[in-house]
Design a protein around this ligand. Structure first.
Ligand code: ADP
Ligand code: MG
Length: 420
C-alpha cells in the first residue's frame, strides 16, 4: 500500500530499508517505531519504556542500520560500530535475525555473540570486521578481556530488555561493557518496567534522552479478550486441562509462578495427552532452545513458562495465554498476556484465580484500569477410573478433541462474547 509505505518514508527511512520492510511485510510503523525513529535518526539518546510485542526491535534497528549505511565506512577488524546487548541468547538471536532481514540491501556485516558454544567462529568473524554485534554480556566480556573485540569505536549502543538484564544479575557486566565504549556514542535503553535500578542505569548511560512510553493499557485492553475463572488451587490442573481442550485454543502459553510449578504442570499435561513443554531459567540453553523449537514447529502446542523465561520471546500465533496463578507483580500480568495478540492479531488471556488470589486480581484491575469478565465453568465430575495414562502416545500436532471433550468445551463462552 502506497500510503503505508510512505509512513515509514515520512519517518525518514531510506529506500534500502523500505524495500526490506516491504519484503518482511511491515506496512505500517507501530507506535513505538513512529515515536522513536525520527529522534534516533537525529542522533538523540533514547529511553524506551515498552512492553514486549510493541515492535522495539525495528524501532532501534532501522535507524541504526540507516546511520551505519549512510556513513559508508567499513568496520575495522575487531572494532564493531554498533553493539546491542540482550539478556539471553534467544533474544539476541531474534534481534540478529531481524537485523539481517532489515539490512539485506545494505553491505553491513553483523554477527551474534553468545556463550555456551566455541568462541572460534565468533573470533574469526570479529577479525574480519563487523558493523553490528548483538551479544549477551558474559561472552562479550570474555572476548573483550582476550582482546578479540575492542569497543572503542562503538557509535551506537543499545541495551534491550534492561530490566531483565538487571534481573539476571548482569548489572556489573553491563557497566563494565559500557565503560569500554566512547562517551561520544549514541545510547538507547529499552525496558518494560522502570524499577529504581533501571532508572539509575538510564541516568548513568543516557545523555539527555528522548523518552518514549508505550502504555501497556492499550495493549491489554484493546486487543486481548481477558477473562478469569474462580477455581480452588487443588482443582486448577483439571480446570487447565479442561480449558485447553476448548476448540478455540490452538496454541497456548501457560504461566506459573515457580520453575517447580512449571515442570509439574507440564508433566501432568503430558500425562493427560496434551503435548506440553516447560521453559524456565533452570533449564540449560539447549533445553530451552529445544522446547521453543518444538513449540514453534507444532510438536507441542502448550508451553508452560515462568515470567522470566518467557519475557521477550517472540512466538507468533499464540491463541491463548493462561495464568495458572496470578503473578505477585501486576506488571507481570501485562507482560504475560502480551505474549498473545502480537502486532495486532487477536488473542485471549484466561486466569485461574483461587479465592486467596482475589487481592492480586484487584491489583491487576487497578493497573490495567479494566475488569476481565468472569467465566463460569462447570468442571466435569472427577472420574476415579480416569487415572492418568503413564505413557501417552506422542503426537506431532494438536490432537483432535473427542466428541465428549468438545461437548465439555461448549461450556465455555466463545471468544468475543462478553458475559458477566
Ligand atoms: P518487542 O521487542 O517490543 O517485544 P518485536 O520487535 O519482537 O517486539 O516485535 C513483535 C512482533 O511484531 C514481531 O513478530 C515483529 O515481526 C512484529 N512487528 C514489529 N513491527 C511491525 C510492523 N511495523 N508491522 C508488522 N509487524 C511488526
Ligand atoms: Mg524485543
Amino acid at each position: 500500500m502506497t500510503t503505508s509505505l510512505s509512513d515509514f518514508q515520512s519517518l525518514g527511512l531510506g529506500e534500502k530499508l523500505r524495500r526490506a520492510l516491504r519484503d518482511v511485510g511491515y506496512t505500517e510503523p507501530t507506535p513505538i517505531q513512529t515515536q522513536a525513529i525520527p529522534h534516533l535518526l537525529q542522533d538523540r539518546d533514547l529511553l524506551g519504556v515498552a512492553q514486549t510485542g510493541t515492535g522495539k526491535t525495528a524501532a532501534f534497528a532501522l535507524p541504526l542500520l540507516q546511520r551505519l549505511d549512510e556513513e559508508n565506512s567499513l568496520a575495522k577488524p575487531r572494532r564493531p560500530r554498533a553493539l546491542i546487548l540482550a539478556p539471553t541468547r534467544e533474544l539476541a538471536l531474534q534481534i540478529h535475525e531481524e537485523l539481517e532481514r532489515f539490512g539485506k540491501y545494505t553491505e553491513l556485516r553483523q554477527a551474534f555473540i553468545f556463550g555456551g558454544v566455541s568462541a572460534n567462529p565468533q573470533i574469526k568473524a570479529l577479525r574480519q570486521g563487523l558493523d553490528v554485534v548483538v551479544a549477551t554480556p558474559g561472552r562479550l566480556l570474555d572476548l573483550a578481556g582476550q582482546r578479540h573485540i575492542d569497543l572503542s569505536e562503538v557509535e551506537v549502543l543499545v541495551l534491550d530488555e534492561a530490566d531483565r538484564l538487571l534481573d539476571m544479575g548482569f548489572i556489573r557486566d553491563v557497566k563494565r561493557i559500557v565503560a569500554q565504549t566512547p562517551n561520544s556514542r549514541q545510547s538507547l535503553l529499552f525496558s518494560a518496567t522502570m524499577p529504581h535500578a533501571v532508572a539509575a542505569l538510564a541516568r548513568e548511560i543516557l545523555d539527555d534522552p528522548v523518552r518514549v512510553d508505550v502504555s501497556p493499557k492499550q495493549v491489554t485492553v484493546k486487543e486481548i479478550d481477558q477473562r478469569f475463572v474462580m477455581v480452588g488451587t487443588s482443582d486448577k490442573q483439571r480446570m487447565l486441562e479442561h480449558l485447553l481442550r476448548d476448540d478455540e485454543v490452538s496454541r497456548a502459553i501457560v504461566f506459573t509462578r515457580t520453575k517447580h510449578g512449571a515442570n509439574k504442570v507440564a508433566k501432568k499435561l503430558g500425562n493427560a495427552g496434551i503435548g506440553a513443554e516447560a521453559i524456565h531459567g533452570n533449564k540449560s540453553q539447549g533445553a530451552r532452545q529445544r522446547a521453543l523449537k518444538n513449540f514453534k514447529n507444532g510438536d507441542s502446542w502448550v508451553l508452560v513458562a515462568t515470567d522470566i523465561a518467557a519475557r521477550g520471546i517472540d512466538i507468533d500465533a499464540v491463541s491463548h495465554v493462561i495464568n495458572y496463578e496470578l503473578p505477585h507483580e501486576p506488571e507481570s500480568y501485562v507482560h504475560r498476556i502480551g505474549r498473545t495478540a502480537r502486532a495486532g492479531a487477536t488473542g485471549a488471556a484466561w486466569s485461574l484465580v483461587d479465592p486467596s488470589e482475589r487481592s492480586r486480581l484487584r491489583a491487576v484491575e487497578r493497573l490495567i484500569r479494566f475488569s476481565p469478565s468472569e467465566i463460569e465453568v462447570n468442571l466435569p465430575p472427577r472420574d476415579p477410573a480416569e487415572a492418568p495414562r503413564v505413557n501417552p502416545p506422542r503426537r506431532r500436532s494438536r490432537p483432535r478433541a473427542s466428541t465428549n471433550q468438545r461437548a465439555n468445551a461448549s461450556a465455555l463462552p466463545r471468544a468475543g462474547s462478553r458475559r458477566r
